[in-house]
Write a protein that binds this ligand. Sequence first.
Ligand code: 5AD
Ligand code: SF4
Length: 449
Amino acid sequence: MNRPDPKTYYLKTFGCQMNVYDSERMAEALARDGYRETTELDAADLVILNTCHIREKAAEKVYSDLGRIRDIKGAREKTGKSTVIAVAGCVAQAEGAEITTRQPAVDLVVGPQSYHRLPELITRATRERASIVETEFPGDEKFERMKAPRRVSSPSAFLTVQEGCDKFCTFCVVPYTRGAEFSRPVAKIEDEARELVRAGAKEIVLLGQNVNAYHGEGKGGRAASLADLIAQLARIDGIERIRYMTSHPRDMRDDLIAAHAEVPQLMPFLHLPVQAGSDRVLAKMNRKHTAAEYVDLISRIRKARPDIALSSDFIVGFPGETEQDAEDTISLIKAVGFAQAFSFKYSQRPGTPAAGHGEQVDEGIKSERLQRLQAVLDEQQVSFNARSLGGVVPVLFERKGREPHEFVGRSPYLQLVHAAGSGDLVGQTVNVAVNETRRSSLSGVIEAA
Ligand code: 5AD
Ligand code: SF4
């Protein structure tokens, strides 16, 4: 049975910024092939879920969505319309054909390294009745072969420079779902950054699962560090701001720390996950550093850039975590002082070393520890933001706000800032006098030019 080519797509993205970047690239490739985006599920000929496998909750959400989409596919079929359901991203990579067993309505399973083959796979899926599973690891091919003109939906644009991870933290699926570390060559990144600037980007956010391990091919075939890459990008006319994430403490080299003092475009913000503050837990997590080493690293970074805003990820309830371990994490938080942070209950991920650990922590204890930790982090975020009160911050406006004439942007420290203005401020960097601060945002008044 031949089905007509799908021409409208619905794309939902779960998880991290790397998935957001991949979704943007998929959307560009689909647009080039004549597809239109729709936000109505029941109007979509092609549904793509770009999924996340990092914690159980994220992965399970995909299956509940798929159930709903299967029903819509069934209803559309009754009116003579076909629907191709594709699962992309890390659940696709990790679970492969298991997905089509659990949800037979799925036509296509495609891993993150095979997105350049998406058009061809969709065509096959529309022709063949059997489900297609494509989860090879062909290395760097996708970047080379996903050449569609870059578009930007915001003045702050993501640019993936590195993928994969060789760190093998014992709780984490990334080394399995995204494979070994791979860095894109400097010249290719520069080309893409120029294209993004031409399309309207003012800020480039360099992405990688372990971005500070970046070691792409630079001038004369020599390996370039992330600091080298940043210095190179800072020379491009039109790039006003540069950020990068996510980094590992072990890869925070001196030249990158120095870049925070030397490169004006590099924003004073650093997401540097520590995960835990107990040396015992850090060792079991295979993080390869101690709490004291992290605190020392932070003081070296602050020496280079005293006003830097720090962010981290934390996991509570790692197998074997004791009350004392949980308190050690809180002590580390107090010793460092974070501007913001993400914190999660440990989630057992199939195939990772920690998942088989005998001493799993009770869910109730995890919830209690998470609350305690988040209360400290929230307090720190409130006081970090409060320090901006009465001051003036340069804000790069990214979008319109909900209120009439309201615009929303980011301070150099990644704080969300709301302000009212006339004309179109999106894409402009404007000084804002801060007159109100909350836990997760600031408000203020635009200063006369
Ligand atoms: N359980 C809970 N949190 C996890 N993370 C990674 N794996 C797990 C897991 N199994 C968190 C880490 C990481 C962030 C992206 O997600 O804190 O830095
Ligand atoms: Fe996962 Fe990050 Fe550890 Fe790599 S460094 S294994 S991505 S938590």
